[in-house]
Design a binder for this molecule. Structure first.
Ligand code: 3PG
Length: 307
């Protein structure tokens, strides 16, 4: 079988070597398409691929249609909003992600962003410490839980969280207080760390009402997806509340305007960096390769997301 790794933002070399080793050891062939600049290159490359590994690369209906032999696509990472699941299902393509594999990298970045903003982006002037502040975790999945643990155990922060899918007892066992509503979460968070996926329900869901309820001097930290933010409303809140800050790993569509209006109160990484560590690349890339080989060998569909 031919396994194509198509990554506009390539994996670390060690991860690619590891993927190759797993694929070849299992009797398959590896093809690489890295740093491509046009979707047409992906359309061409998938034509004879039996399996596909991607990162945030868009696997559209056109890609699935062009991949006549495709049986499985694995998003090496957590969020799979870049995969057209309906198209995969329609073409009998199994779609998977690799949950948890890059979580630590994203969690560390979220904490780093809190420090960066609390220390005025490392420019001269008096900053603030994380110790004793409250961090609100919006969605207590793999990344959210790690942020909670680092914040609590490493920095002495208070942690509150909201996740309708995680029992309060599970959070309590971690020393995290489950709050009863999303409103309560935002109103109590000096730092709000976003970990919700981008779905039809969550897109544009973080806006004026929630952000304007945050305490004085609060900071919204987005290592999730830009789509969950209602930019229009965020801009409105930041204009009204000169004490609030926004830091994001996924630049807003209107980031330039935000930088112009709010200066050092906003910051965006130039390119999404959450999962950009050698460790995360290796964990997620190798997991993707193993899941594909296992699927071909035994039919294992454990991480299928288009069920
Ligand atoms: C994820 O959903 O796993 C992260 O957003 C990482 O995305 P990336 O692989 O494009 O860096």
């Amino acid at each position: 079988m031919k396994v194509l790794v198509a990554t506009e933002k390539p994996f670390a070399k060690a991860a690619v070597n590891g993927i190759r080793e797993i694929v070849e050891k299992n009797g398959h062939e590896l093809a690489l398409l890295e740093k491509y600049t046009d979707a047409s290159q992906l359309l061409e490359a998938v034509a004879d691929a039996d399996a596909l590994i991607v990162r945030s690369d868009k696997v559209t209906a056109a890609v699935v249609e062009a991949a006549k032999k495709l049986k499985i696509v694995v998003r090496a990472g957590a969020g799979y909003d870049n995969l057209d699941l309906a198209a995969c299902t329609a073409h009998n393509v199994v779609a998977m992600n690799t949950p948890g594999q890059n979580s630590n990298a994203v969690a560390e970045l979220a904490i780093g962003m809190m420090i960066y903003m609390s220390r005025n982006q490392f420019t001269p002037g008096t900053g603030r410490e994380l110790k004793g502040k409250t961090v609100g975790i919006h969605a207590y999945g793999n990344v959210g839980r790690l942020v909670a643990m680092i914040a609590k155990n490493g920095f002495g922060m208070n942690v509150i969280a909201f996740d309708p899918f995680v029992p309060a007892e599970k959070m309590a066992a971690d020393g995290v207080k489950a709050v009863g509503s999303i409103e309560e979460l935002y109103a109590g968070a000096d730092f709000l760390s976003l970990h919700i996926p981008a779905t039809e329900q969550t897109k544009n869901s973080i806006g004026y009402k929630l952000v304007s309820s945050m305490p004085k001097g609060a900071c919204l930290v987005n290592t999730a997806r830009k789509e969950v933010i209602n930019e229009e409303e965020l801009i409105q809140v930041l204009a009204e509340r000169e004490d609030l800050k926004y830091v994001t790993d996924i630049a807003a569509v209107r980031m330039d305007e935000m930088k112009e209006k709010f200066g050092a109160r906003v910051f965006a990484t130039p390119k999404k960096q959450g999962a950009e560590t050698a460790e995360a690349n290796i964990n997620a890339g190798l997991a993707a390769a193993s899941q594909i080989c296992d699927f071909f060998a035994t039919g294992n569909r454990r991480f299928q997301v288009n069920k």
